[in-house]
Design a protein around this ligand. Structure first.
Ligand code: FDA
Length: 508
């Protein structure tokens, strides 16, 4: 168990025995504030009321991470781990509870190398602190026929993203980022450095989609790269409600998940517009007949097609047509660090046209309204069994909905977050049920938070029963297996947060 007597001073003394002082930032260090803020994406969690870490350790190698774990265990200080800092609830650097005991942050931002190896299959070792844009850039520079199926935003960190699954424009052809992981280096709660063989198959299963911050600190991932043609085609087509957006979205629900796997057409519904954003792994000539026969109402023609390499499609889709491939290497993107709140749903049966009309008329038209992003599934993501990884949203899912709202100043928070909560409540009859499912990488603490109970021998652990409330939404039947894996690798529940996996089996 964790030492019962937390001692911040002895913890810091212990750290300074193994970690160079220039990598250690306590609350009194002049640059503590800027290091803390360096990858915070959501200013909601950077206010005077935010519960901050005792210190931040900007590790540069595995031994620093091991030392932080050993010192933390010995002196009763828990760790949070941060890779890209994009967690929607800021759990990688803050505690949501005002009465939280002191904790430290292990920041992996300086562990960001990417090593691509050609071969069959081509692979890459990528460190957790690398951003998705750095991974994509390194791959695209080696070959225009290689790619990786991860998320759209280039500043998202590999560590949190792969831990929770990770999907983007290649999901229908190549599945999740976590589906491509073939090895990893993990520091566990004993401070041991483990790889796929030494961690064992249960832990290797759990860490590929079971969410970050539960099983240890992943330093590096070995992934298979995927094949793409040297030219892909992207398009953006916007339809207003007056131009028939309601009918097209209603039809899209069943068309998009059944399109050829090489084609993904997603929808961003905002205000009175539906923006259809697509990536096709092939030429415009081959794409047009598919769109004309499957969704002619969208009116896609040659003027909409933009042919480019897969690497060029990354900035084109996320940043717009003026962006360059070098832009995806930036550490901060304009608009990235806005106040925001998000949550998610899964749809298994198409929602009726009338409900979509209502959504546009009554929800997206409100003055405080946010947006809805609809990501179609089907194809490869559905071709993997629900239990092959912890990510259970596979066969039978038509699409994922992400509800998001952004705002510019703290005073708007109540109205903006209220819209997200109200639209989520409104959607209940129309989306997945028993459980109502959600995606862990779109973390939402409104779905439930952990409760700590006695674990025997004077220690305490996170309650499995209480955890089921949020855990079965993210993982369905896989939640129990995740709790068993947690009991194997971290039985005393050292790596713990408001939504970490509880260890099952040793609870009183
Ligand atoms: P961060 O560092 O905040 O970590 C997230 C969680 O993982 C925390 O609990 C943290 O403790 C833990 N963790 C981090 N590193 C770890 C490590 N090395 N070992 C163990 N645990 C670790 N998702 C998606 O699937 N597709 C998409 O297109 C997008 N797009 C997107 C855009 C924007 C602007 C944001 C803010 C978010 C997304 N996401 C997304 C969601 C994203 O995948 C999710 O927030 C990831 O967890 C972020 O990973 P980071 O490493 O950046 O976060």
């Amino acid at each position: 168990f964790l030492s019962a007597h937390a001692s911040s001073d002895s913890f810091l003394r212990c750290l300074s025995g193994s970690i160079p002082s220039q990598l250690l930032f306590t609350q009194t260090s002049p640059s503590f504030g800027s290091i803390l803020a360096s990858s915070v994406r959501n200013p909601r969690f950077l206010t005077p009321a935010t519960v901050r870490p005792l210190c931040i350790v900007t590790v540069t190698n595995a031994s620093h991470v091991q030392a932080a774990v050993v010192c933390g265990r010995t002196h009763g200080v828990r760790l949070r781990v941060r890779s890209g800092g994009h967690d929607y609830e800021g759990l990688s650097y803050r505690s949501a509870r005002a009465d939280a005991p002191p904790f430290a942050v292990v920041d992996l931002a300086r562990l960001r190398s990417v090593r691509v190896t050609r071969g069959s299959p081509a692979t890459a070792w990528v460190d957790s602190g690398a951003q998705l844009g750095e991974l994509y850039y390194a791959i695209g520079k080696v070959s225009d026929r290689l790619a990786f199926p991860g998320g759209l935003c280039p500043t998202v960190g590999v560590g949190g993203h792969f831990s929770g699954g990770g999907f983007g424009m290649l999901l229908r052809r190549h599945g999740l980022a976590a589906d491509q992981v073939v090895d990893a280096l993990l520091v566990d709660a004993e401070g041991r450095l483990l790889d796929r063989n030494t961690m064992g198959q249960d832990i290797f299963w759990a860490m590929r989609g079971g969410g970050g911050g539960s099983f240890g600190i992943v330093l590096s991932w070995r992934v298979n790269l995927v094949a793409v043609p040297p030219k892909v085609t992207a398009f953006n087509v916007k339809k207003t409600v007056q131009e028939g957006a309601v009918d097209i979205v209603a039809k899209w629900q069943e068309v998009a998940p059944a399109l050829p796997d090489d084609l993904l057409v997603r929808v961003i519904a905002q205000g009175q517009d539906a923006n259809f954003q697509a990536l096709y792994l092939g030429s415009c000539d081959a794409l047009l007949p598919v769109m004309r026969s499957r969704l002619p109402e969208l009116g896609v023609d040659r003027t909409h097609c933009k042919e480019m390499t897969w690497l060029q499609s990354v900035p084109f889709i996320y940043l717009g047509s003026g962006a360059t491939v070098e832009d995806i290497l930036k550490r901060n993107l304009s608009g990235d660090a806005r106040f925001s709140k998000a949550t998610s749903d899964y749809v298994r049966q198409a929602i009726s046209r009338n409900v979509w009309a209502d959504i546009f008329r009554n929800w997206l038209a409100k003055p405080n309204a946010g947006l809805m992003i609809l990501e179609p599934y089907g194809g490869r993501i559905a071709g993997v069994s629900d239990s092959a990884t912890p990510f259970p949203h596979r066969s039978g899912v038509l699409y994922n909905i992400q509800y998001m709202n952004f705002w510019g100043s703290a005073g708007e928070e109540a109205g903006r977050t209220g819209w997200v909560r109200d639209v989520l409540a409104f959607m209940a009859p129309h989306v997945s049920k028993n459980p109502r499912a959600a995606y862990v990488n779109y973390r939402d603490l409104d779905l439930g938070q952990n409760v700590v109970v006695s674990g025997g021998a004077g220690g305490n652990v996170t309650s499995f029963e209480a955890g089921r409330v949020w855990g079965e939404k993210y993982y369905k039947g896989n939640f129990r297996r995740l709790a068993m894996a947690k009991a194997q690798i971290d039985p005393s529940d050292y790596f713990r947060s408001e939504q970490s996996i509880p260890p099952i089996g040793n609870q009183l």
